[in-house]
Design a protein around this ligand. Structure first.
Ligand code: 4NP
Length: 147
């Protein structure tokens, strides 16, 4: 049974906090007992809130991320979380280097034809990333409900 999920990206200010906020909202609306967190493979933004344009895109779709703060992934996350989901292959490689087993979040939305969540910090497509994250979260929740 999965009772805790960690989302991981590079900076923990765009994709993974969005995945955290979206999935937490869906978990709550379904009344499931699943703890959600997010972290970055890099420590550049430790303690800072999600990136402003990402927060704006999320708020426009009803997700408030203002209370989230970035943190860096640590090896003990492997024991703390039942499921660790990476946003792209680079995150996956970095996690493997830390001895943390993980899989890709996009595995939960195979029909979308995306093998990673593009980083809006670089693409500037914040709403596109949010859309893909919502679909992946729906697939994840559907999977959790069959447990
Ligand atoms: P994220 O995006 O991994 O989705 O949080 C990034 C945010 C910041 C940086 C890189 C990626 N940065 O280089 O500061």
């Amino acid at each position: 049974m999965i009772h805790s999920i960690l989302f991981v990206c590079l900076g923990n200010i765009c994709r993974s906090p969005t995945a955290e906020a979206v999935t937490r909202t869906k978990v709550r609306s379904l009344g499931l007992d699943v703890q959600i967190d997010s972290a970055g493979t890099a420590g550049w933004h430790i303690g800072t809130p999600p990136y402003g344009p990402m927060q704006d895109a999320a708020r426009a779709r009803g997700y408030d991320m203002s209370d989230l703060r970035a943190r860096e992934v640590v090896p003990t996350d492997a024991q703390r979380f039942d499921l660790i989901l990476a946003m792209d292959e680079e995150n996956l490689c970095d996690l493997q280097g830390l001895g943390i087993p993980a899989r890709l979040f996009t595995d939960y939305a195979p029909h979308m034809g995306a093998s990673f969540v593009p980083d809006p910090y670089y693409t500037r497509d914040f709403d596109g990333a949010l859309c893909l994250i919502e679909v992946c979260a729906d697939g994840l929740l559907a999977d959790l409900q069959t447990q």
